[in-house]
Design a protein around this ligand. Structure first.
Ligand code: NDP
Length: 429
């Protein structure tokens, strides 16, 4: 079985790293050609993906290492422009690996399609009539998309809600039909939209109203993935801090995010620092994942922390992250973008349920990394050191000068573009 534990990976050259990746996955030269910037997304292919194409916009792709999830090793492709995220995820994954790894689970792949009906003569009667035709409506959805049924998915259940029922409501009353659809390994937007559009005329007739919207909901609260880690305090020791001190600090930091939206937004942004790069690398729709994740963080009515951190009865630090994951391993760009195809191969999964669980594990690791830094040395020490190379480039450094100037900035503890510009001038004189 392949291991994601690759000591010293960060010190290797890009060529050496590619060679390790190639051997790890038994890729041939052709398979990893997408890693070459000219091949990662040919502009002719980009032109088929969106409109008005004039070029492509590459991001760095790094590998998150050390991930052990449900006893299986994963190398995690992460597409992101922000320094320190990949390093932090890998470092935290190592700590969690030493504690036995992540445990993950999920609720399955049920996505939601919505149909909005307004102007019903009698909303209660419309609701009853639609519910009486539930089986026929489910069947009609499935007839409109037989291939997903053949895969074991399709529409499975249906529900009706009436919104703005009371006279105090600011908005007009409306009926909303929810179709619950198993989209198998697809994110499912097109499957769902096809299904709900196909039954809209029947719904309109049965409800004796007017149908307007027919579209999926990105609030995929029936497609939830959860990751857990349990860390003994001795694994949190470091930089002059005891494990108990770090553990307690992390719980205090969590309680801050849990009780204050100003903190929760930043706390959750750090979680999305781990989630988005994997969603992007695998060609998934990160806007859908972002929207669903933040809505889920506000499901109690108050926006709060996406993660939970507490101390168990024997003193271990326990972290949990549970989020809706509207992602797929087929459909959309997942099998079109060469980098997305390669990323899925690196991950070694074709299952959307497995991918969803990997993604929340990375989010949990990232949150641990941010909290651990925040409750000890602060975020800047590690972050700015890794940021120094970008600062040097922003100041105009090229070639060997980049690392030389970056090192000097770190040494001087002055990681600023202004200082980097002075150094560039000195070196180029
Ligand atoms: P697609 O319609 O591109 O692809 C899904 C298709 O893949 C299925 O219909 C099925 O077709 C095929 N397939 C092959 N293997 C499997 C499998 N194991 N499980 C399921 N399907 C399989 O993708 P989606 O419907 O997932 O749409 C996702 C895209 O929609 C995203 O790119 C997103 O950006 C976009 N989108 C998002 C919206 C939103 O979030 N609000 C709105 C509209 C679009 P077959 O059975 O025929 O082989």
């Amino acid at each position: 079985m392949k291991s994601s534990r690759i000591p010293g990976f960060y010190n290797k050259t890009i060529q050496e790293r590619r060679e390790i990746l190639r051997n790890l996955n038994s890729f041939n030269e052709e398979e990893i050609i997408a890693l070459d910037s000219n091949q990662s997304l040919p502009v002719e292919l980009a032109d088929k993906m969106i409109e008005n194409v004039v070029g492509t916009y590459p991001l760095p792709l790094g590998l998150g290492l050390n991930f052990l999830i449900n006893g299986k090793d994963y190398v995690i492709p992460m597409a992101i422009e922000e320094p320190s995220v990949v390093a932090s995820a890998s470092f935290m994954a190592k700590i969690i690996r030493d504690a036995g790894g992540f445990k993950t689970e999920s609720t399955g792949r049920t996505m939601i399609g919505q149909i909005q009906v307004v102007g019903c003569a009698d909303f209660q009667l419309a609701k009853e009539t639609l519910l009486n035709h539930k089986e026929a409506l489910i069947e009609a959805c499935n007839i409109s998309y037989p291939s997903i049924v053949k895969r074991g998915g399709g529409a499975k259940d249906m529900d009706i809600r009436i919104l703005n029922e009371t006279s105090e409501s600011k908005y007009e009353q409306m009926l909303v039909l929810h179709m619950y659809i198993d989209t198998c390994d697809a994110m499912g937007a097109n499957i769902i939209n096809t299904m709900v559009e196909s039954i809209a005329p029947t719904v309109e007739e049965l409800a004796n109203g007017k149908v307007y919207l027919r579209i999926l909901s990105n609030y995929a609260d029936r497609s939830v993935a959860k990751a857990t880690c349990v860390i003994p305090p001795h694994l949190l020791v470091g930089d002059g801090y005891s494990g108990e001190e770090v553990r307690d600090g992390i719980v205090h930091a969590y309680e801050f995010a849990a009780s204050d939206p100003y903190r929760a937004v930043t706390h959750n942004k750090g979680i999305m620092n781990g989630i988005d790069p994997v969603v992007i690398a695998t060609g998934n729709d990160w806007r859908a994942v972002e929207a669903g994740a933040h809505a889920y963080a506000a499901r109690s009515g108050v926006y709060t922390s996406m993660t939970t951190w507490f101390i168990d009865e024997v003193g271990n630090l326990v972290g949990e992250l549970e989020l809706p994951m509207s992602i797929g391993t087929v459909g959309g760009a997942t099998r079109v973008h060469p980098m997305a195809k390669l990323s899925l191969e690196i991950l070694g999964t074709e299952s959307a349920e497995e991918l969803a669980q990997i993604i929340v594990a990375v989010g949990l690791a990232q949150n641990l990394g941010a909290l651990k830094a925040l409750v000890t040395d602060g975020i800047q020490k590690g972050h700015m050191a890794l940021h120094s190379r970008s600062v040097a480039v922003a100041a105009g450094a090229t070639g060997e000068m980049i690392d030389m100037i970056a090192e000097q900035l770190v040494e001087e503890r002055e990681i600023r573009v202004g200082r980097a510009k002075e150094l560039v001038e000195q070196y180029t004189k």
